[in-house]
Design a protein around this ligand. Structure first.
Ligand code: URA
Length: 432
């Protein structure tokens, strides 16, 4: 039997742990035999000391083994794809990519997480849809991928329970932004959920866990190595997170915007990234097409309404009401206006993410309930020209006091100048 305190101490002192030590610690935690406080201390030791490539693989493997795994290829008799983001502000790409790819005839089964820190989680967004169930059984998940073509679920007690526990613990112990912990968390979910080809969206910048391109490349390479070691095809898109993606930040607001993207009416940066992701996933699929054809098919599914029809079928299959008028709405909507004429030279993603978090869109402790209606909609983005008094953003809040506080924070996230800043595409680099 391992002694958790001894492993914590050895990791704290910079030692490399053996595979079976990591496995026992993680599996013991998943069984409830190792308490939260010891795993929190271990996560902090890893935060400062890091994990070697071997330890990262051992952690990933232990998390996968903490629960059941799904063999989607055997269950469906064909190749299934998946996509995942490392987490950002306003990142609703998965919500739109799922039904578009499914409408193109490629099954997509995805296991997602909840919000971490200032970033929103796909599950929290989906739960703003009345009735939507994120906890399906494994059989329900497989049946839905087979019959509807798309399912997005949370980590049930059966699938990767160790990550579910650790993810929530890291969120409230300042141990999220550690490369190996992120890589193991994401890849354990991807490997357990059984897709053969995976597109990873690694966010870079102010609102991401990876602040620089170099760090993002290292995370991408770590995840590629973990995927390949497990026999999966993986590609990583490194994408801009210096400003929120699209306009909406906050759960129900983001669902509305994702639906707009599925209809071809989304903001330009969001739609661009959604189509890039779809093109890559379709090129990975068993359709035998290249990326350019994949993109054309995704565009066609958006234009002819089949992507929206799949969105409805998907929501209904998971018990959700597809009528967007049923999404919760905040009581107070407050405009944030431009204090000057000029160009938006900066719109800080983390500041907007934190404003949404304080409004109640995210959690500060593991037990916090989130308010699905609240958030921020950024109407002016980097490079836009604005006139004094023009609405830059709208704060959706539950009361006047929180609206005032968030409006100030959102205004402070903007910077203005006489000239537009250099143009930057949302897709920065591809690592494969
Ligand atoms: N997304 C995950 O699934 N896990 C992390 O640790 C960070 C982002």
């Amino acid at each position: 039997m391992i002694r958790p305190a001894e492993l914590i101490q050895r990791k704290r002192d910079g030692e490399e742990l053996a595979d079976d030590e990591i496995a026992e610690l993680i599996l013991g935690y998943a069984r409830g035999e190792v308490p939260d406080y010891q795993l929190a201390a271990f996560a902090m030791a890893v935060y400062f000391r890091g994990l070697s490539a071997r330890e990262t693989f051992a952690l990933t493997d232990a998390m996968v083994r903490s629960g059941e795994t799904i063999d989607l290829a055997s269950a469906l008799g064909r190749k299934v794809v998946d996509k995942h983001s490392t987490g950002g502000v306003g990142d609703k790409v998965s919500l739109a990519v799922g039904p578009i790819v499914a409408a193109c005839g490629v099954p997509i089964g995805k296991m997602s997480g909840r919000g971490l820190g200032h970033t929103g989680g796909t599950l929290d967004k989906l739960e703003s849809i009345p009735g939507f169930r994120t906890e399906l059984t494994i059989d329900e998940f497989v049946d839905q991928v087979r019959n509807v073509g798309v399912a997005i679920v949370g980590q049930t007690a059966d699938l990767v329970p160790a990550d579910k526990l650790l993810y929530a613990l890291r969120d409230v112990t300042a141990t999220v932004d550690q490369l190996s912990l992120i890589a193991a968390s994401i890849m354990s979910k991807k490997l357990a959920a059984g897709a053969q080809a995976i597109v990873l969206d690694v966010k870079v910048g102010d609102g991401a866990f990876m602040k620089t391109l170099d760090e993002a490349r290292r995370l991408a390479e770590t995840m590629l190595a973990l995927g390949r070691e497990a026999g999966r095809e993986v590609v990583c898109l490194l994408t801009d997170m210096d400003q929120p993606l699209g306009g909406a930040v906050g759960n129900a607001l983001e669902v509305r915007e994702a639906l707009a993207a599925v209809r071809g009416q989304g903001p330009a940066d969001l739609s661009e990234l959604v189509l890039d992701g779809c093109a890559k996933l379709l090129a990975f699929s068993d359709l035998g097409i290249d990326e350019a054809t994949g993109r054309a098919r995704a565009e066609a599914a958006v234009a002819d309404g089949s992507a929206e029809a799949t969105w409805r079928r998907w929501l209904e299959a998971q018990g959700g009401d597809p009528d967007e008028r049923r999404l919760p709405e905040a009581r107070v909507v407050r405009d944030v206006t431009a204090p000057t004429d000029g160009h938006v030279t900066r719109l800080g993603a983390i500041a907007v993410g934190n404003a949404a978090l304080h409004l109640g869109a995210g959690r500060r402790t593991k037990e916090d309930a989130i308010d699905h209606a609240v958030g921020v909609v950024c109407l002016a983005k980097r490079g836009d020209e604005v006139a004094q008094g023009e609405t830059l953003a709208q704060v959706h809040a539950r009361d006047d006091a929180s609206a005032d506080e968030a409006a100030q924070a959102v205004l402070a996230a903007y910077a203005f100048g006489p000239e537009p800043p250099p143009r930057r595409d949302v897709l920065l680099e591809v690592v494969d």
